[in-house]
Design a protein around this ligand. Structure first.
Ligand code: NIG
Ligand code: FE
Length: 396
C-alpha cells in the first residue's frame, strides 16, 4: 500500500543535503509512503502516482516528534500536588512514592489502558516515537511488569528501577536489589538503563554502580541529571557514554564543556520547569558551546503531566531562547539522536514513514501560535494514526 502526500508547502526533512539550512527545508514538495517507509521525496510537480493520495493543500510537513523521555506506566494522578506547587510548595520528587503506591495497587489492564491512552494522546499531537520508563513499581515484580507492559506499546523502553528508594527500605539494600534480581528480571524488556541521580534519590557512587550493572546486562545508560540542583549527574553520564543526560537544569561550566565534547545529548524538558516553577535550563549556553540538544516532554503525573511536544517547542522558544528551527530540530532529530535512532526524526528515502502534517503553512507556527490544535494528519510507520482513531486501528 502506497500513499502520495502532495502539495506540501514547506517540508522539514532535517537533512541539509535535501534542502535549505539545518532543517533541510524543501518548498512545494511531495513524499511517497510505501509500507512503513518513505519511498520517494521530491518536487510536488514530479510526484509519482500511488495507491492513495493526500492533498496537504500548502501545509507544512515535518517528521513526527520523537519524545525521548516519558514515564507512562503509572496509575492515579497528583493534581493536588501541582496546585500546592502553584501556591509555593517546592518540587522535591517525594510525590513519586504516592504514584508508586497507586501503581502497585493497579491491575495490568489498568496500567496498559492508561499507557495506551497516553500514547494515543501523543499520536494525535504528532508524536510518533515514544520512549517509556519504568520506575513506579520499585519491587522486582512491579518493575518487571512495568517494562513488560511498556514493551508492548512504546518504541523504546527504559529500566528506571533506581527512580527513588522505596519507603521502608535502606538505600544500600535497594541498590543491591536493583543491580541484581530486578535488573535480571527487567533487562529482557528494556534497551536502556536510567537512574535519578540527585540528592533526593541516588548519589554518584550508587549511580555509577547501577549504570555499570546495567551495561553488564547489555543495557545502554541514559540519566536523570542536574534536575533539582548542581551535582555529578551530567559528568557521570558523559563518563559512562550515556546516550543522553536529561533535565540539565543546573549546569556548571565543566558540565557544559563535558557535554559539548561528547556524544551525550543534552535532553531538555521545559515542561518540568513550567510545572515546577523552577528556572529553565540554559539552552543557549549548551547550543553555543556545541552540545547536541533534544527536547522531550518528561510526561509523568508529578513533575510534568503534558504529552504535548508542541507545547514544549513553544516553551523552548519563548523561555529557553531557542530559535523555532532549533526547537523543532531538537524535538525531532535531537530526540532521535538521544535514542540513537537513525530511522526516525528525519524524512528521506528509507526513513520510517513518520509524517506529521501541520494545520499551518510553516513549522514556525508551533511556537508562533501556542496552545492551538496544530495537527492535520499523522502517519506512524506508514499507518494513518490521525485523524483516523488510533483505537479503531490498533484494536486497543
Ligand atoms: O523526570 N525526576 C524524576 N522523575 C520524574 C518525576 C517523577 C514524579 O514526580 O512522579 C522527572 O521529573
Ligand atoms: Fe523524567
Amino acid at each position: 500500500m502506497s500513499t502520495v502526500i502532495s502539495n506540501i508547502g514547506e517540508l522539514v526533512t532535517n537533512d541539509p543535503a535535501l534542502g535549505e539550512g539545518p532543517l533541510g527545508l524543501v518548498r512545494d514538495a511531495a513524499v511517497v509512503i510505501d509500507g512503513d517507509r518513505l519511498a520517494w521525496i521530491g518536487p510536488a510537480t514530479a510526484a509519482p502516482p500511488a495507491d492513495d493520495a493526500y492533498d496537504a493543500a500548502g501545509r507544512a510537513v515535518l517528521p513526527g516528534f520523537v519524545d525521548s523521555h516519558a514515564h507512562l506506566v503509572f496509575a492515579g494522578e497528583r493534581a493536588a500536588e501541582f496546585a500546592a506547587r502553584m501556591s509555593g510548595q517546592p518540587y522535591t520528587g517525594g510525590g513519586i512514592r504516592t504514584t508508586v503506591e497507586r501503581t502497585r495497587a493497579a491491575s495490568d489492564e489498568e496500567l496498559r489502558a492508561n499507557l495506551a491512552r497516553l500514547i494515543a494522546e501523543m499520536a494525535r499531537q504528532g508524536t510518533t516515537t515514544v520512549e517509556c520508563k519504568s520506575g513506579y513499581g520499585l519491587t522486582v515484580a512491579d518493575e518487571e511488569r512495568a517494562v513488560r507492559i511498556a514493551a508492548e506499546l512504546a518504541d523504546e523502553v527504559t529500566f528506571l528501577g533506581a527512580h527513588i528508594v522505596p519507603a521502608g527500605m535502606e538505600a544500600a539494600d535497594y541498590v543491591a536489589l536493583v543491580t541484581t534480581d530486578m535488573l535480571a528480571a527487567c533487562a529482557p524488556y528494556a534497551r536502556w538503563i536510567d537512574v535519578f541521580c540527585e540528592h533526593v534519590a541516588f548519589d554518584a557512587e550508587q549511580t555509577r554502580d547501577i549504570l555499570a550493572a546495567g551495561i553488564r546486562a547489555g543495557l545502554t545508560p541514559r540519566l536523570h541529571a542536574n534536575q533539582l540542583g548542581p551535582g555529578p549527574g551530567v559528568r557521570l553520564a558523559v563518563a559512562c557514554g550515556a546516550a543522553s543526560a536529561d533535565h540539565c537544569t543546573f549546569l556548571s561550566d565543566a558540565d557544559v564543556d563535558a557535554l559539548a565534547a561528547s556524544d551525550t545529548v543534552a535532553t531538555l524538558l521545559p515542561g518540568v520547569e513550567f510545572s515546577t516553577r523552577q528556572p529553565y535550563p540554559d539552552a543557549r549556553r549548551l547550543l553555543d558551546a556545541g552540545a547536541t540538544v533534544a527536547i522531550a516532554t518528561d510526561c509523568n503525573p508529578g513533575s510534568c503531566y503534558t504529552t504535548s511536544m508542541a507545547f514544549c517547542v513553544a516553551l523552548a522558544v519563548r523561555e529557553m531562547h531557542m530559535t523555532p528551527a532549533e526547537a523543532v530540530w531538537a524535538a525531532t532529530a535531537g530526540g532521535a539522536r538521544a535514542l540513537r535512532r537513525t530511522d526516525v526524526g528525519h524524512l528521506g528515502v528509507g526513513a520510517r514513514a513518520d509524517v506529521l502534517v501541520l494545520d499551518a503553512p510553516s513549522y514556525i507556527h508551533l511556537a508562533y501560535r501556542p496552545g492551538v490544535p496544530h495537527v492535520a494528519a499523522v502517519w506512524k510507520a506508514g499507518r494513518g494514526v490521525w485523524p483516523i482513531s488510533w483505537a479503531d486501528k490498533s484494536g486497543l
